[in-house]
Write a protein that binds this ligand. Sequence first.
Ligand SMILES: *[C@@H]1O[C@H](CO)[C@@H](O)[C@H](O)[C@H]1NC(C)=O
Ligand SMILES: *[C@@H]1O[C@H](CO)[C@@H](O)[C@H](O)[C@H]1NC(C)=O
Length: 423
Amino acid sequence: MVPLKALSLFYLVVCAVALPKIPLSKRDDLLASMKRSGVLSNINRLKSQIAKTKSKIQTGLAAFEKNTGNVHPAVSGKFSGTFTATSNNPAPEKLTSISKRQTEPLTDFEEDLWFGTITVGTPPQTFTVDFDTGSSDTFLPAVGCDDTCDGHTLYDTAASSTAVNTNDPFFLQFGAGNATGTIFTDTVTVAGLTAQSQAIGASNHYSVEFEEANFPPDGLVGMAFESLSVFGDNPLFSTLVNQGTVPPVFGVRLTDSGSELLLGGVDPKLFTGAFRNVSLIEEDFYATALQALEVNNRIIATVNGILPAIVDTGTTLLIGDVDGVEILYSAIPGALDASGVLGPGFFVVPCDNIPTVGVTIGGQSFNVAPDIFNLGVLEDNFCVGGVVSSEGIPFWVLGDIFLRNFYAVFDQGNALVGFATPT
Ligand SMILES: *[C@@H]1O[C@H](CO)[C@@H](O)[C@H](O)[C@H]1NC(C)=O
Ligand SMILES: *[C@@H]1O[C@H](CO)[C@@H](O)[C@H](O)[C@H]1NC(C)=O
């Protein structure tokens, strides 16, 4: 047992020597692309992103049940909140056609990804990875992978003296496809911090969502809790914490440039003022209690029961349930249901009157700035809203559209997430 004092001194020394900061890159910015070239030409990317979030969450929920022996409370019905509108607005009318249909082929298929670098093995092999707070496993394309891994850097387990084959196969379902391979353990270094015997999925097949054309980084590092791990093993960040390398907290800034992940604390350069902290109601995903929806700083609907909202760096939009999202847009003057034009769950709002949409979580309200909420012009005076609905996800998902408004802290030790004003 290391005395607490010695531990904190150790952290101080470690932090002073090498700040465990990971600059995050962004190759293809879906949100910027929509503003530039129109929402319609990017709509398939958005839809595939929503589908990927949905299958990721369903995979996590299944893993939770396998790991804990319990059905997740959002699935069992223990957490099943519904919204009541504070005033009786009619549902938005349907937008049935648009006049200036864009002619670009709708085949694009990319998404917003925040990726940084890790090294794996001895001697170290370098990979770019997406850091995802909505899942818990680490996987990479491996030597011997079929052509679905083409263009990615491949993990060569044979070339690493610290790689250990567990001989356990893994299978990860993603949308239509799946990633499969064998679980190894190896040494992983991230921002100068080293995890020993970290479980890594060495993939011999990648699903289409992870092929190089659709997924610029090589692999993925899940940053959520162990109970969601399909491998039934510790996520990378938990390994670092368990091995005494960092305190169980990390800070995230997602923005067009200067994005950063800081392990073991928060980066005071990237925020001002105090954090507004929200307790987690579940430590599997980073799940908070969603209590109300707001439009222009006025509560327009409240939750009866318990409705989780998870904080997910791996999702682009703010995704809600079908009824709740309809109530939200019902309270926005001039909003129209764009499901007939863009697909299920999409709404448009007048571009000259973009609302400030907010959520109340853990008793505090957090707003999405109008220019972040606005995904871009569909035509004339209609702009697509960054809050969409999806069936098959048993809670709300606070993705990029939410996180871009804040500097966020994910504090596993105190079971909270917090949000501060970014600099
Ligand atoms: C996994 O993906 C492969 C290749 O796309 C496919 O042939 C296989 O049927 C999939 N397996 C499952 C269980 O979905
Ligand atoms: C909020 O959480 C952060 C991160 O753990 C912590 O530094 C801060 O002191 C907390 N603020 C309050 C008011 O509790």
